[in-house]
Ligand binder design. Structure first.
Ligand code: DAH
Length: 342
């Protein structure tokens, strides 16, 4: 009988090894459950071994009984352990690793030029200027003639014009909007006109065949050059800060008399002189002046009764100064590495 008892113990050893090896190979809960059913369910392999007890002598029974119970506990705890292990592995695989760099969001936003245009519009709106628009495809009359630039006038050479069939052209500046607004409205007028302009320029760091300008115009009785200077000074300081000064230099434009070009204190060096301002401490912004009486005549305003000032602004130039950008082409390449910085 003793040999029966030992044989039964050996059988249990084999079952134990077999169970542990099958469980070890499990990779998911389904497999663990299958092992549990195979070994521990009512008709499973371990309960099957309880039948061995019947074959043994009363002296040998307790030893095998103990062994059976120990095996049952071992199987149960092993199954539990394995389940935990698999759950842990799964959790670890799906867990967020906070040491990884985060995913960045790329929300859409306004192009830097449009942001600067918004700033310009806001500053002038606060000073009581209306915002006007005109067409990009213009007639020769509005772009040149009515602005006192007759055919063969040398000033036309400065505007390398894209001509279109039928006497049309792509506007070379926003000044024609002055004419359109004055034709439609009576003084007092205080307006700005932002818009895209075109010139046959070869692109380089400071030239683009298309660019934005903002035109300004104020017409009323008793408007003087001092009003122009005041408005430009307020604009300069609101745009670039309190320390920015302005200066006007005599110049020539056919549609203003007198005409000037105006500069801002160099925003890069604060006026000390640097590469951007070529050591002068000043940055050239654009042209301005008092509206030429010839222009008033073209729109039917009485030049004896009304005076006015006009000014232009290059939007890219202002944006380049504001954000310290040294190449105008960057605005038009739509490279996300550039755009996402604004
Ligand atoms: N239209 C001019 C240009 O594009 C800029 C300009 C100069 C506009 C003088 C004005 C002005 O209104 O008064 O070069």
């Amino acid at each position: 009988m003793a040999s029966d008892g030992n044989a039964a113990i050996d059988e249990l050893q084999v079952l134990r090894t077999q169970f542990l090896s099958e469980l070890k190979d499990c990779r998911d809960e389904k497999c663990i459950e299958a092992v549990r059913i195979k070994y521990l369910s009512k008709k499973g392999l371990l309960p099957g071994k309880f039948a061995l007890l019947g074959k043994l002598s009363p002296e040998e029974r307790p030893k095998l009984g103990q062994e059976l119970n120990r095996l049952k506990t071992l199987f149960q705890t092993s199954l539990k352990e394995k389940l935990k292990q698999i759950e842990f592995q799964k959790a670890r695989a799906s867990k967020i690793d906070i040491t990884l760099p985060g995913d960045r969001d790329y929300p859409g936003k306004k192009h830097p030029l449009l942001q600067v245009l918004d700033d310009i519009k806001k500053i002038f709106s606060e000073m009581g200027f209306s915002i006007e628009e005109g067409p990009e495809v213009e007639s020769d009359y509005y772009n040149f003639e009515a602005l006192n630039i007759p055919k063969d006038h040398p000033a036309r050479d400065m505007h390398d014009t894209f001509y279109l069939p039928g006497g049309y052209l792509l506007r070379t500046h926003t000044s024609p909007v002055q004419i359109r607004v004055m034709e439609q409205q009576k003084p007092p007028i205080r307006m700005i006109a932002p818009g895209r302009c075109f010139r046959k320029d070869t692109p380089d760091a400071s030239h683009s065949p298309f660019f934005y300008q903002v035109e300004g115009l104020a017409v009323d009785q008793n408007i003087s050059f001092a009003d122009l200077k005041g408005v430009i000074a307020v604009f300069a300081r609101k745009m670039f800060g309190r320390d920015v000064n302005i200066r006007f230099r005599p110049s020539f434009f056919p549609f203003t008399e007198p005409s000037a070009e105006y500069d801002f204190t160099c925003v890069i060096c604060g006026g000390k002189g640097c590469r951007t301002c070529k050591g002068t401490g000043w940055l050239e912004i654009s042209g301005a002046g008092m509206v030429d009486p010839e222009v008033f005549k073209a729109v039917g305003y009485d030049p004896e009764r009304y005076t006015g000032y006009a000014f232009g602004m290059g939007v890219e130039r202002l944006a380049m100064l504001k954000y310290q950008i040294d190449d105008i082409r960057l605005f038009y390449e739509n490279d996300l590495r550039f755009l996402e910085q604004f």
